[in-house]
Design a binder for this molecule. Structure first.
Ligand code: TLP
Length: 344
């Protein structure tokens, strides 16, 4: 039986058509700026997000870390939500590589309000550490794929501008927010000095992310640090071609993943041991709790694996399932049946 892999949308494999686009890609040495396919991808994404410049990098983590490195000085502070990817899943890179301290703010399912940000910005006095950057994540992964209301971003932006603090958007899944709201990506991106987007989540490319900004000096700086961090690639056009294909063919279908996520959430809600509010499922990520079951989280994950369903335990009683282009609606129903058999 085929595995139903709901651990992440990062597990998606390139389609035949994407592989063909990769095989056909015109390439050159991107360290010399001579890979035409990388250049085309960078222009395409900059255009989509309404930014002047883009830099192709191997991963979302690198894009986020470059954004932090180029906009801060060691000893400064970066505001981020307490469950943000930058806080939880980047191996402390902001401290290790940029020498900054992260100031965690707890949001509501990952979404911070302007009042939280106002309270977290440090006074500009001799004693206080200085706030150098504010990071938002949209959609918010550990918050359960939550989408920042544009009005909240606008109000946070107003606070940031009043204090002269730049903003970075971890937009690893920005296109999921775009698919869910039908807002253009630039409507979000306009409020941030830097934005990172990923091609290897729901868009289905095998690797690659971009860092975007309007400031050519920031992109030059990012290019140097990309080299320092080991992320300068050569004939990267093969990967960029997958990204171009993904952007041309896979944005529209993200809505199917959101429908599948809602469907799974509604089915999980029928199981008494599961705590979930399907209304909280806004995109392709489902976070739910299993409380008081005889199996501990690792045993539950193992039991589901025996039924060919893969999910992640994400701490305490919480679990995460993520829908994506390699999971059909029929497989969602089969996964829900497996949950019911094990937990019922
Ligand atoms: N997220 C991965 C894991 O690292 C947790 C996943 O399975 O969801 N920003 C956000 C919001 C992300 O969710 C991720 C990956 C990244 C950045 C980093 O992307 P990569 O894995 O390309 O470094």
């Amino acid at each position: 039986m085929r595995i139903i892999d709901l651990r992440s949308d990062t597990v998606t494999k390139p389609t035949e058509a994407m592989r063909e686009a990769m095989a056909r890609a015109e390439v050159g040495d991107d360290v010399y700026g001579e890979d035409p396919t990388v250049n085309r991808l960078q222009e395409m994404v900059a255009g989509l997000l309404g930014k002047k410049a883009a830099l192709f990098v191997p991963s979302g983590t690198m894009a986020n870390q470059l954004a932090i490195r180029i906009q801060t000085q060691p000893g400064q502070e970066v505001i981020a939500e307490s469950k943000a990817h930058i806080v939880r899943y980047e191996q402390g890179a902001a401290g290790a590589l940029a020498g900054v301290q992260l100031h965690w703010v707890t949001g509501d399912r990952g979404i911070m309000g302007p009042e939280h940000i106002e309270a977290a910005i440090r006074p500009k006095d001799q004693h206080s550490i200085q706030t150098a950057l504010i990071c938002l994540e949209n959609t918010h992964n550990a918050g359960g794929g939550t989408i920042y209301p544009l009005s909240t971003i606008e109000r946070i932006r107003a606070v940031a501008s009043a204090h002269g603090v730049p903003m970075h958007l971890d937009g690893a899944r920005l296109f999921n927010a775009v698919a869910a709201t039908t807002l253009p990506p630039a409507a979000y991106a306009q409020h941030f000095e830097t934005v990172s987007v990923c091609l290897s989540k729901g868009l289905g490319a095998p690797a690659g992310s971009l860092l975007l900004t309007n400031d050519p000096a920031l992109i030059d700086k990012a290019r140097r640090f990309r080299r320092m961090y080991g992320g300068a690639m050569r004939q990267a056009g093969i990967l960029a071609a997958a990204g171009i294909y993904a952007l041309e063919h896979h944005i529209g279908r993200l809505k199917d993943d959101h429908d599948n996520a809602k469907r799974l959430a509604r089915k999980l809600q029928q199981i008494p041991a599961v705590t979930i509010n399907p209304q909280h499922v806004e995109s392709n990520i489902i976070i739910f709790d299993i409380i008081g079951h005889r199996l501990c989280p690792s045993e539950l994950v193992a039991a589901l694996r025996r039924e060919h369903v893969l999910i992640n335990a994400v701490g305490g009683t919480s679990f995460r399932a993520v829908t994506h282009l390699d999971v059909s609606t029929r497989q969602i129903d089969a996964a829900a049946d497996a949950f019911a058999r094990i937990l019922g």
